[in-house]
Ligand binder design. Structure first.
Ligand SMILES: [Zn+2]
Length: 213
């Protein structure tokens, strides 16, 4: 199977899994992965319903957004995706969701603090909130990049979630874990006073995963 075909099929598979998990609704959410040469990006199309989406609907663009293959427009967030992929050679995939528990913290403008020790391994620690920027803008990508310097995922103010990974499987797991942590934090706030992971074990875990902050 040629590379473009396998990339488009992989993006479709992960997109449908994320949609099935309720990480986004309607035609929102967008996912991308780049090829080994880091020149081509397979990305979800703009305005196509997930129920009927096939691998042929997945767009392939270059790092400047020019269409290489596919019958649609690429996701309106292609600038944010290519900006992150260009700036971060360690990142091969970007997953953007509007998952409801996490996005509720993006709406109130509150980071999800380190409440679970596993957040260090999956996400690099807490889930920070990037400042508000217009959807589709390069500024949205720049803001996300800043928040992702020491983290594997962040919230976009009044918008949603960005998770990155070396590949699309890892980026999806991180996006899923963002929603899981946000859900547990939300429930813990209703159950009582949420306690954070104590400083010492948090520091040890960060050292174990090579996270510098
Ligand atoms: Zn969005």
């Amino acid at each position: 199977m040629d590379t473009l075909r396998s990339m488009r099929e992989k993006v479709l598979e992960i997109t449908l899994r994320a949609y099935g998990e309720g990480l986004f609704a309607g035609t929102s959410g967008n996912l991308s992965m780049c090829d080994d040469s880091r020149k081509l990006v397979a990305i979800t199309p703009s305005g196509v319903r997930y129920e009927t989406m096939t691998a042929d609907d997945i767009m392939v663009i270059d790092m400047d957004g020019a269409i290489v293959a596919g019958p649609h427009k690429p996701s309106s967030e292609w600038r944010m995706h290519t900006m992150i992929l260009r700036a971060r050679p360690d990142v091969g995939s970007v997953v953007h969701t509007h998952s409801p528990y996490a996005t509720s913290f993006a709406v109130v403008g509150s980071a999800v603090p380190p409440i679970l020790i596993e957040m260090v391994g999956f996400l690099g620690g807490d889930i920070p909130v990037a400042d508000f920027e217009m959807p589709g803008s390069a500024e949205l990508g720049a803001g996300a990049l800043k928040s992702l310097e020491k983290r594997h995922a962040c919230l976009l103010s009044n918008h949603g979630v960005i998770a990155i990974g070396k590949n699309i499987d890892q980026a999806l797991i991180r996006a899923e874990y963002v929603e899981d942590a946000a859900k547990i934090y939300s429930l813990s706030l209703q159950a009582g006073k949420a306690r954070l992971v104590p400083d010492e074990p948090l520091r040890k875990m960060k050292a174990k995963f090579g996270i510098r902050d």
